[in-house]
Design a protein around this ligand. Structure first.
Ligand SMILES: Cc1cc2nc3c(=O)[nH]c(=O)nc-3n(C[C@H](O)[C@H](O)[C@H](O)COP(=O)(O)O)c2cc1C
Length: 334
């Protein structure tokens, strides 16, 4: 397998792009648009928590995939003990033979075993080499390198360091770059660093198919890179949000008591669950249509986002800009 095609061949997609999973944001219409346009579209299973919802969605996506086989879809599972839906959702996904998984925040062992039993692939979100080594030891199929400024649980390290380091240590595993990418130039830049593709989140929030309230989309359009800050208040792990008055009021760092409870072996699990449940509720109050609280998760790529487009327009812009920039670089270097 040629290195340059490793990702598209492995994931059965036309173009090396992932529509990133986003809590409360990813929906069926966005996923289908991604599949129709030849990319990998991934959703967090937590967006489909009501009884029967996940299973019905998977039936529809499997059916859609048979009509549009140039794209593909995957599920994202938070593989932490504090996620009460983890095992239930994994079972449903495996029964429906989900072709691709992204795991986040914990040990991906069970997902990898289940997926490999029927030939599906598993990429793990990683922000550093130690976590990447643990995932590789479990036989993962690739990495999502989550760098600084990414939407959601951003990493502490720049992609310029993380990508080459992963490629050096794991030369046979594909690496997908996540964080700060909105364009074909961005995709090209991470390919130059050695990545096999890119995963894009924040740009797709500002799409016509995305059903979050308009105020959230406008806030991303208005935000510059300095308006995006990290907070540990929402989930216990560092997460990027727009610095609205609500976010400032909530605060960006946990108190000594919260830190103590999160680290104490006796209280750790239930306290983290409490923090996460509270954070989920706060986000829900801000994201859904007709809700007017303003606690919004977004990455630093908000700086570069200036308009609402359809998912198809976003993907086509990236594809066109990517080949145009590549041609320009090749021509200029001759
Ligand atoms: C609103 C929002 C919600 C997110 N939710 C999840 C999630 O549920 N699971 C996950 O693995 N990553 C989640 N992420 C991270 C994305 O999957 C992806 O890594 C990130 O958006 C890439 O950075 P970018 O936003 O700069 O493109 C989320 C990101 C955003 C912006």
């Amino acid at each position: 397998m040629k290195t340059k095609q490793i990702l598209t061949e492995m994931l059965h997609i036309e173009f090396p792009l992932i529509m990133a999973p986003m809590f409360l944001v990813s929906n069926k219409e966005m996923l289908m648009a991604g599949m129709r346009n030849g990319i990998m579209a991934v959703f967090p299973s937590l967006n489909f928590r009501n009884d029967g919802e996940l299973s019905n969605l998977l039936d529809e996506l499997n059916n859609y995939h048979s009509q549009f086989p140039n794209g593909n879809y995957g599920a994202n599972l938070i593989v932490q003990k504090t996620n009460p839906y983890y095992i239930k959702h994994l079972k449903i996904c495996a029964e429906k033979k989900v072709p691709f998984y992204i795991t986040s925040l914990g040990n991906p062992k069970e997902v990898i075993e289940a997926a490999h039993s029927y030939g599906a692939k598993v990429f793990c979100d990683v922000t550093n080499m130690a976590h990447a080594q643990k995932c590789a030891d479990q036989n993962c199929d690739g990495f999502i390198a989550v760098g600084q400024g990414a939407g959601g649980h951003a990493g502490p390290n720049p992609l310029q360091v993380l990508i080459p380091a992963l490629k050096e240590q794991f030369p046979n595993l594909p690496v997908v770059a996540a964080g700060g990418i909105v364009s074909g130039t961005g995709l090209l830049s991470v390919k130059v660093l050695g990545a096999d593709g890119a995963s894009i989140g924040t740009r797709f929030i500002v799409s016509k198919e995305c059903k979050v309230n308009e105020a959230y989309k406008l806030a991303i359009i208005d935000a510059g890179m300095d308006d995006i800050v990290m907070t540990t208040k929402l989930s216990g792990s560092p997460c990027t949000v727009i610095a609205t008055p609500e976010a400032q009021k909530m605060g960006y760092t946990q108190s000594w008591f919260e830190k103590f409870m999160s680290n104490n072996p006796r209280s750790k699990k239930w306290f983290k669950m409490l923090v996460q449940a509270r954070g989920m509720k706060k986000l829900e109050e801000s994201v859904l249509p007709n809700n007017y609280s303003k606690l919004w998760c977004a990455g630093k790529s908000a700086e570069l986002i200036t308009n609402v487009l359809t998912c198809e327009e976003i993907i086509n812009q990236i594809k066109n800009e990517y080949s145009q920039k590549l041609k320009e670089i090749v021509n200029n270097s001759l």
